[in-house]
Design a protein around this ligand. Structure first.
Ligand SMILES: Cc1cc2nc3c(=O)[nH]c(=O)nc-3n(C[C@H](O)[C@H](O)[C@H](O)COP(=O)(O)O)c2cc1C
Length: 305
């Protein structure tokens, strides 16, 4: 029987709703109801274990900075650090990753869901011993959009069970995050595995017709309770988008494509400034909704149009 041969481009050839468009449309259908009486200057300080950062807005893992030359990714990581933010990176930055860690840049690596669990655990050990502030895996990368086992040059991937996730979590004292959560089902199983947190993410159009992560967020927060950290991404490109995510229940926000685009255009200073600007916008949204700090975000300040 003739087998279907997937086009390597994956989801972009599928004739279905663009997940990024769904996500952007939903994000833009939420407005902020400002309140000014009794307001004050807020704090955007963001706690990560025993460390404090200037902002809950983090750089999401993404390819692209390497286009700025040999040190492109390292300089991008430095730019994020200079904004007082946490840097997340992908698994492909193999050579640069030890250099990022050796500079003490506060960083989290998203390790691919390798089929070889022992290899994955070795990566976790490496990150733990070399000063990462956390680690993650993108579970949505195990199977392709066509339902086959995925792979990249780094290796073959495979789906993970709750037991696998528990082993990965227990392999290090660092906080472990599962990236690519798109259902209450998976959020609850992540919690059962004992992880520190999850990242709600559609991974840039990886699958068609994906529920906008922002739309899912309140249900997930309600289901998992307050202990599990919830981060989110998907077209969150300014401080008002970040505010919406925080008001819907997120603890932090990842921004990927927007920040890299600025870096490629305006360099490291541009990327630092973009994060500072996003944080200033967030601070403005917090100030004018009576949200004094990240623990006191006014969740009633959103209106769904
Ligand atoms: C070129 C490219 C490479 C990416 N590489 C990774 C990766 O290695 N690991 C990962 O977890 N996510 C990766 N992502 C997904 C992003 O982290 C993020 O989930 C997605 O782009 C949505 O966020 P954004 O709308 O802010 O870009 C990548 C995205 C792009 C566009």
């Amino acid at each position: 029987m003739t087998q279907f041969k997937p086009n390597k481009l994956g989801p972009v050839v599928i004739k279905a709703a663009s997940s990024n468009t769904l996500s952007d449309t939903y994000r833009d259908s939420i407005a902020i109801s400002y309140q000014f009486i009794g307001s004050s200057v807020p704090e955007t300080r963001f706690q990560w274990e025993d460390r404090v950062f200037s902002t809950p807005i983090m750089a999401g893992p993404i390819g692209g900075p390497e286009r700025k030359g040999e040190d492109g990714t390292l300089n991008y990581a430095r730019a994020v650090r200079d904004a007082g933010a946490v840097f997340w990176t992908g698994y492909h930055e193999k050579d640069i990753w030890p250099r990022i860690l050796s500079e003490g840049i506060p960083a989290v690596r998203v390790i691919k869901p390798l089929a070889d669990l022992n290899r994955l655990l070795e990566e976790v050990r490496f990150d733990t011993e070399h000063g990462a502030i956390g680690y993650a895996t993108d579970i949505n990368h195990a199977l392709t959009v066509y339902g086959e086992l995925d792979s990249q040059e780094e290796g073959d991937f495979a789906p993970k069970t709750v037991e696998d996730l528990r082993r990965i979590n227990d392999a290090s004292p660092l906080p472990f995050f599962i990236k690519g959560i798109l259902s209450v089902h998976d959020a609850l199983l992540a919690k059962e595995a004992g992880v520190a947190g999850i990242v709600l993410s559609g991974h840039n159009n990886r699958f068609p017709c994906t529920v906008p992560p922002l739309r899912l967020l309140p249900e997930v927060r309600k289901a998992v309770g307050s202990e599990l950290r919830i981060f989110i991404d998907g077209g969150l490109n300014n401080g008002y988008d970040a505010f919406k995510a925080l008001a819907l229940g997120a603890d932090g926000v990842l921004t990927a494509r927007g920040l890299v685009a600025t870096y490629l255009k305006d360099g490291a200073e541009g990327a630092t400034n973009k994060l500072l600007e996003m944080t200033a916008e967030l601070k403005g949204a917090m100030a004018n909704t009576g949200s004094t700090d990240l623990q006191h975000i006014n969740s009633g300040a959103l209106v769904f149009l």
